[in-house]
Design a protein around this ligand. Structure first.
Ligand SMILES: C[S@@+](CC[C@H](N)C(=O)[O-])C[C@H]1O[C@@H](n2cnc3c(N)ncnc32)[C@H](O)[C@@H]1O
Length: 317
């Protein structure tokens, strides 16, 4: 069943889905099963899932952003197979019973809609407010966090969430600039990056992207969301169900790989135990793809956001 064209659904203007056909081919094994889209966004992947499902198939779609849920409610109204919920995916157990899903998709990070809306504060263009909350469940705005956190906490965030060098010097400069500015916005971070790294033009944008990525991950607790959400999804998958995850930078991908590694292990005994005592039969995932799938040159030319995407796919055993 198809639910309107891209033009009348608004899907393509909100966000252009990445590796759409590849995800569908790997995710959907049973047309009549229940599926989870943990990151609804503009609803593009959700719509493709629904297009492939039969009349008894169903879709649970989550997003922590009320704007994504409003968009999803609008484009899927009238399709009884869909449920949308405003919730972080760490809470997916509330909506998905154990061993109930034929597949789950996590398309991590932010949507183009979130990036393009200046008021949301995700872009590092000059004059952007320091917000970066994906939804009302975030702890605080970026500005409040930057003001309240210590220099050491800032430095730790830049190291852990973006592998940034000179993170201590950057944190010190941000704190100084915050103290000197009456209405701080993205200019504080732009100036701090220029002052600390003295980058040339191309390098400046790369550094700014990493600084913003680090703060965004902190504000939205993204690393812990990935760990909790993927672990909950493994429980919610039925045997043979597939877990597809799209990540867009190395720190996200590192978290994803770590969770997958944990669920691929047969033995879960602490490493200091000389002999296995857990029974050695704890493996609950197997790799479907040996290496992550990346976008084709054609897709990247049409959608530059696909450039950094990595698709990892696992199956519940
Ligand atoms: C890359 S977009 C998803 C795009 C979507 N696949 C599509 O085709 O339009 C990521 C979405 O995930 C949401 N999101 C990110 N982290 C989340 C989390 N922990 N829980 C729920 N939603 C989350 C964001 O609000 C954003 O709308």
């Amino acid at each position: 069943m198809s639910i309107g064209s891209e033009a009348d659904s608004g899907v393509s203007t909100y966000h252009r889905s990445v590796l759409e056909k590849e995800v569908m081919d790997l995710l959907i094994q049973d047309r009549e099963a229940a599926y989870l889209d943990a990151t609804l966004g503009g609803g593009g992947h959700s719509r493709s899932i629904l297009d492939r499902l039969g009349s008894s198939g169903s879709l649970i779609a989550l997003d922590r952003d009320p704007e994504a849920i409003a968009q999803g409610t609008k484009i899927f109204q009238g399709d009884a197979r869909v449920q949308t919920h405003l919730a972080a995916f760490s809470r997916l157990e509330e909506f998905c019973a154990p061993a109930s899903l034929g597949g789950a998709l996590f398309d991590l990070g932010v949507s183009s809609h979130q990036l393009d809306d200046r008021t949301r504060g995700f872009s590092f263009e000059p004059g952007t407010p320091l917000d970066m909350r994906m939804g009302p469940d975030a702890d605080s705005s970026a500005l409040d966090w930057l003001k309240d956190a210590s220099e050491e906490e800032l430095a730790e965030c830049f190291r852990d969430n973006a592998d940034l060098e000179r993170s201590r010097a950057l944190s010190r400069r941000i704190k100084e600039l915050l103290g000197e500015t009456s209405q701080p916005d993205s200019e504080v971070l732009r100036h701090a990056v220029s002052d600390v790294y003295r980058p040339h033009d191309l390098e400046r944008n790369r550094l700014l992207a990493r600084v913003f990525q680090a703060i965004r991950m902190q504000i939205n607790r993204e690393a812990s969301e990935i760990r909790k959400g993927l672990s909950a999804a493994v429980k919610a998958l039925a045997k043979g169900g597939r877990l597809c995850v799209l990540s867009y930078h190395s720190v996200e991908d590192r978290e994803v790989k770590q969770v997958f590694r944990d669920f691929e292990r047969d033995c879960v005994c602490p490493p200091e135990l000389p002999v296995c005592q857990c029974g050695g039969n704890h493996r609950s995932l197997r790799k479907v793809l040996r290496k992550p799938l990346i976008a084709s040159d054609t897709e990247i030319a049409e959608n530059p956001r696909a450039r950094s995407a990595k698709l990892r796919v696992m199956e519940k055993v």
